[in-house]
Design a binder for this molecule. Structure first.
Ligand code: IMP
Ligand code: MG
Length: 181
């Protein structure tokens, strides 16, 4: 796996530090939430970030999952997102925070936000571990961001290429000859 990565963009130590900071920022926004927080994680890319983040959050919460497919097979460019399995359970009247691995073109997040808005939560916030500002549409507001990164295809810490490399502990740049655009 190491051999397939040409460059470590963010190390596991940097990740751990930033996740702790991010959790403190998030906790500060939900101190007076009496409605109950529901974290809605977008599968599969957010699983590792989700697991780390929620263990630094001290408040009572529920976890909901939503499965979205954006990169069919060996692709690194989004071809339109599709909800494969929607959230189970109610979020009406609750504080909801969506968690995703990366905000690239914004198609995935927009789709999920539309789906959740229709279910009438009391509030709806968003948290992404990574954002590529070069591509992310300026009108798509994200409340909490781990890192802004350059526009390169990255893997690790939950992010995949063709369903591999999610267990790579850092954020790495895959060697270009290993993927097709
Ligand atoms: P968007 O819909 O274009 O914003 O893409 C978001 C989804 O595409 C994320 O949830 C990821 O699963 C995937 N994605 C976007 N950029 C990358 C990348 O650099 N590496 C791995 N997956 C990515
Ligand atoms: Mg993915």
């Amino acid at each position: 796996m190491e051999d397939d990565v040409c460059r470590v963009l963010i190390s596991r130590e940097q990740i751990a530090r930033r996740v702790r900071e991010l959790a403190a920022e998030i906790a500060g926004h939900y101190t007076d939430s009496h409605r109950g927080l529901t974290i809605v994680a977008i599968l599969s890319g957010s699983v590792i970030f989700l697991a780390d983040l929620i263990r630094h959050l001290p408040m009572k919460m529920k976890i909901g999952l939503i499965t979205v497919s954006s990169y069919p097979g060996q692709a690194t460019k989004s071809r339109g997102a599709q909800i494969l399995e929607s959230l189970r359970g109610e979020v009406r009247g609750q504080d909801v925070m969506v968690v995703d691995d990366i905000l690239d073109t914004g198609t995935t997040l927009r789709l999920v936000l539309d789906e959740l808005r229709a279910r009438q939560p009391a509030s709806l916030r968003t948290c992404v571990f990574l954002r590529k500002p070069a591509k992310a549409p300026p009108d798509l507001q994200v409340d909490f961001i781990g890192f802004d990164i350059e526009d390169v295809f990255v893997i690790g810490y939950g992010l995949d290429y063709n369903d591999h490399y999610r267990n790579y502990p850092h954020i790495g740049v895959l060697r270009a000859e290993l993927y097709r655009d």
